[in-house]
Ligand binder design. Structure first.
Ligand code: ADP
Length: 631
C-alpha cells in the first residue's frame, strides 16, 4: 500500500496541544510512558503466546531497547512485543476510542495547572513523545504477520501511514528531538530517567554498553547492550527492599496515572490460595469511573506472567478505583476470562483482596495521625460515592463498609461528609435507640426538610443523605452495631421517650380536636393520600408527607422515575401540624366553600417542600391566587 495521509481526530489534536503546553516542566516522563507501553506490549505477546507459541517465531526474547544518536538528534525506543497491525495503528495511535472522551475534553478550562491535573486523570501515554519531539516515526510489525506499518507525524494534526519492511516483530519509535531538547541525547541522563521511572519494569531495558570494568577487575569493552533496570517484578521483592519512590513509580505504570498514589497494600498471602497482592488507592478519580467500558483495573499475573487486566472479576464493582497487581501461584497459566468467571480460586483471592483494601482504608480512617486522616478525607471526596455502593452490594462486608462511610449531618453546619456512624452512636441521646437519617436529592433539600423540625427541637442528630447512591445503598442496611437505622420520612414518629407527660396530653387533646377536620380533609383529597393524621414532627411547617416503613420513599420514586423506570408510587400519608396557624385557619374555614382549596394547598405545599412535583401545577396556582385575592 502506498503512503497515505490521515487526519487526527479532533480530540487528539486538543490532547497534543494540551500535553505540550502543560507538561513541559516534566518532560522526561515521555520515556516512562514509551517504556511502559513497550512493557505492556511484551506482556500481551506473552499472554497470546500461551495458546500460540508460533507468535514468538525464532525470537523468544522479550526486551526493550533505548538508544540515541547525537548527530541525527534522535532517541529510539524499541520492543520485541506484540506489535500492531495497520488497523490497530489507526485505532490506537491517532484516535482516542475511549468512551467519555468528549465529556472529558469539555471540562478543560484553559488554566494550565488545572488542565495538567485533568490530563493526569486521562493518562498521557504515547502522545507525550511530542513534548520533546517535533516528529515521531513509529514502525511496527504485529507478531505472526509479514508486513510492517510505519506511522509518522509532526504532531500537527496529520499523520502518514506506509507499509514497510521490518525484520523483527514489535514496535520501534524514533523521536526526532525539537531544538533545545539536546539534554536528552546523553547516556547518563537517559539511564537515570530509566532507573527513576522504570526500574520496576519486569523486562530488561537495554542501552548500549559503556566501557568500564567487570567485577573481577578486567576491562569491559563498550560493545553490545547492557541492562539498565533491575528487571525483576517489584511485587516479588520483599517490602523492606522497596522504597516509597519505587512503589510510586510502579503505581504510575500499572495504573496509567500521572499522579502519585494515595496509599497501597503489599502482602504475600499463603494458605490454600497462594498469591501476592500489591494494591493501590489512587489520589484522584479517573475520568471514566462511572463508565461501564472503563479500561483499567487490577492486573492478574500467574507466577509473574501477565494474564489479563480486569476490574470486575478480581475485585467487586464498588472497589473499581483500586489499581495494582495480583500474582497467583496456583492458577493455571492458560486461565481465561471464562474460567475466571466461575473460578472458586478467584473468588477466594477476590475476597482476600477485598479485606486487604478495606483494611487499608480503615488504617487511614481510624488513624490518630492528622496526615492519614487527611488522606482519608481526600479518598472519601474522590471515591466515597463508589464505596457506598458496597453497603448495598457486599452482604458479607456491609457493616465494615458502613463504618467507613462519612455523612453530612444536622450536627454540622457544612455540607461536608465527615460524620461516621461511630461518631453518631457516640453522640446519641440517652434513651435513643435508633440512628435517624433522611434521604433527599440535594443537601439543601435534606437539610431544610420539614421532617427534621422535631429532631432539631429535641436536639437529636439526623444524618443527611443526598447522594444518588444513598437511597439504594442504605435501604439494605437496617442496623449498625445493633442500632436500627430509621428514615425520619417513614413510618410513625417514635419519640415517646423524649416526650413528657404534659406534652403527651397536649398531643392527645390536639388529635381529638382535629378529628372531624381530618375526616373532612379525607373526603376532599380522596385517593391522593393513604391516610391523614395529626403529627408532632413539625414545629414550623403546617404539613408534611410520610410513607410507611416498608414503602418506597418519595425520593427513591423520583430517582427511579428520572432514570426512566415506570414505578408505581406508594401513596403518601399527609401529616398535619395542629399547632400551626394555617391549620387553625383550616379549622375556621370548615364550613366555608374555601375548605377544599385550603386542603389542596396544604397537601400540595407538603409535596413541594420535599422536592416533589405537583400533578396539576395550574390548579395549585389558581387556588393560591384565589386565596390571596380573598385576603
Ligand atoms: P494507553 O497506554 O494508556 O492505552 P497510549 O496512548 O499510550 O495509551 O497507547 C494507546 C494504545 O496504543 C495502547 O493501548 C496500545 O494498544 C497501543 N500501543 C502503544 N504503544 C505500543 C507498543 N509499543 N506496542 C504495541 N502497542 C502499543
Amino acid at each position: 500500500m502506498s503512503k497515505e495521509t490521515l487526519g487526527f481526530q479532533a480530540e487528539v489534536k486538543q490532547l497534543l496541544q494540551l500535553m505540550i503546553h502543560s507538561l513541559y516542566s516534566n518532560k522526561e516522563i515521555f520515556l516512562r510512558e514509551l517504556v511502559s507501553n513497550a512493557s505492556d506490549a511484551c506482556d500481551k505477546l506473552r499472554f497470546e503466546a500461551v495458546n500460540n507459541d508460533g507468535l514468538f517465531g525464532n525470537d523468544p526474547e522479550l526486551k526493550i531497547h533505548v538508544d540515541f544518536d547525537e548527530q541525527a538528534k534522535t532517541i529510539t525506543v524499541s520492543d520485541s512485543g506484540i506489535g500492531m497491525s495497520r488497523d490497530e495503528v489507526i485505532k490506537n495511535i491517532g484516535t482516542i476510542a475511549r468512551s467519555g472522551t468528549k465529556e472529558f475534553f469539555s471540562q478543560l478550562s484553559g488554566d494550565k495547572q488545572k488542565d495538567a491535573h485533568l490530563i493526569g486523570q486521562f493518562g498521557v501515554g504515547f502522545y507525550s513523545a511530542f513534548i520533546i519531539a517535533d516528529k515521531v516515526t513509529l514502525t511496527t510489525r504485529r507478531a505472526g504477520e509479514e508486513s510492517a506499518t510505519q506511522w509518522e507525524s509532526a504532531g500537527d494534526g496529520e499523520f502518514t501511514l506506509e507499509t514497510v519492511e521490518k525484520p523483527t516483530r514489535g514496535t520501534t519509535i524514533v523521536l526526532h528531538l525539537k531544538d533545545g531538547e539536546e539534554e536528552f541525547l546523553n547516556d547518563y541522563r537517559l539511564r537515570s530517567i530509566i532507573r527513576k521511572y522504570s526500574d520496576h519494569i519486569t523486562l530488561p531495558i537495554l542501552m548500549p554498553a559503556q566501557a568500564g570494568y567487570n567485577d573481577d577487575g578486567s576491562i569491559k569493552p563498550a560493545e553490545g547492550f547492557e541492562t539498565v533496570n533491575q528487571a525483576n517484578a517489584l511485587w516479588t521483592r520483599s517490602k523492606s527492599d522497596i522504597t516509597p519512590e519505587q512503589y510510586t513509580e510502579f503505581y504510575k505504570h500499572v495504573a496509567h496515572d500521572y499522579e502519585d498514589p494515595l496509599a497501597w497494600s503489599h502482602a504475600k498471602v499463603e494458605g490454600r490460595q497462594e498469591y501476592t497482592e500489591l494494591l493501590y488507592v489512587p489520589k484522584r478519580a479517573p475520568f471514566d469511573l462511572y463508565d461501564r467500558e472503563r479500561r483499567h483495573g487490577v492486573k492478574l499475573y500467574v507466577r509473574r506472567v501477565f494474564i489479563l487486566e480486569d476490574s470486575e472479576k478480581l475485585l467487586p464493582q464498588y472497589l473499581r478505583f483500586v489499581r495494582g497487581v495480583i500474582d497467583s501461584a496456583n492458577l493455571p497459566l492458560n486461565v481465561s476470562r471464562e474460567i475466571l468467571q466461575h473460578s472458586k480460586d478467584i473468588e477466594q483471592i477476590k475476597s482476600g483482596c477485598v479485606k486487604k483494601v478495606l483494611g487499608l482504608l480503615e488504617s487511614m480512617a481510624n488513624s490518630d495521625e492528622a496526615e492519614e486522616q487527611a488522606k482519608y478525607t481526600t479518598f472519601w471526596g474522590e471515591f466515597g460515592k463508589v464505596l457506598k455502593e458496597g453497603v448495598g452490594e457486599d452482604f458479607a462486608n456491609k457493616e465494615r463498609i458502613a463504618a467507613l462511610c462519612r455523612f453530612a449531618s444536622t450536627h454540622n453546619e457544612s455540607a461536608e461528609q465527615t460524620v461516621s456512624l461511630k461518631d453518631y452512636l457516640g453522640r446519641m441521646k440517652e434513651g435513643q435507640d435508633q440512628i435517624y437519617f433522611i434521604t433527599a436529592d440535594s443537601y439543601a433539600a435534606a437539610k431544610n426538610s420539614p421532617h427534621l423540625e422535631v429532631f432539631r427541637k429535641k436536639g437529636i442528630e439526623v444524618l443527611l443523605l443526598s447522594d444518588r447512591v444513598d437511597e439504594w445503598a442504605f435501604s439494605g442496611l437496617t442496623e449498625f452495631e445493633g442500632k436500627k437505622l430509621q428514615s425520619v420520612a417513614k413510618g410513625e414518629l417514635n419519640l415517646e421517650q423524649f416526650t413528657d407527660e404534659a406534652e403527651k396530653q397536649e398531643q392527645e387533646a390536639a388529635a381529638t380536636e382535629l378529628k372531624d377536620i381530618i375526616e373532612q380533609m379525607k373526603t376532599v383529597l380522596g385517593d391522593s393520600v393513604k391516610d391523614i393524621r395529626v403529627t408532632h414532627r413539625l414545629t414550623d411547617s403546617p404539613a408534611c408527607l410520610v410513607v410507611e416503613n416498608q414503602d418506597m420513599s418519595a425520593n427513591l420514586e423520583r430517582l427511579l422515575k428520572s432514570a426512566g423506570q415506570d414505578v408505581k408510587a406508594s401513596k403518601p400519608i399527609l401529616e398535619v401540624n395542629p399547632t400551626h396557624p394555617l391549620v387553625g385557619k383550616l379549622k375556621a374555614e370548615a364550613a366555608s366553600d374555601k375548605f377544599g382549596d385550603w386542603t389542596h394547598l396544604i397537601f400540595d405545599q407538603a409535596l413541594l417542600a420535599e422536592g416533589g412535583q405537583l400533578e396539576d401545577p395550574a390548579s395549585f396556582v389558581k387556588r393560591l391566587n384565589g386565596l390571596m385575592l380573598a385576603m
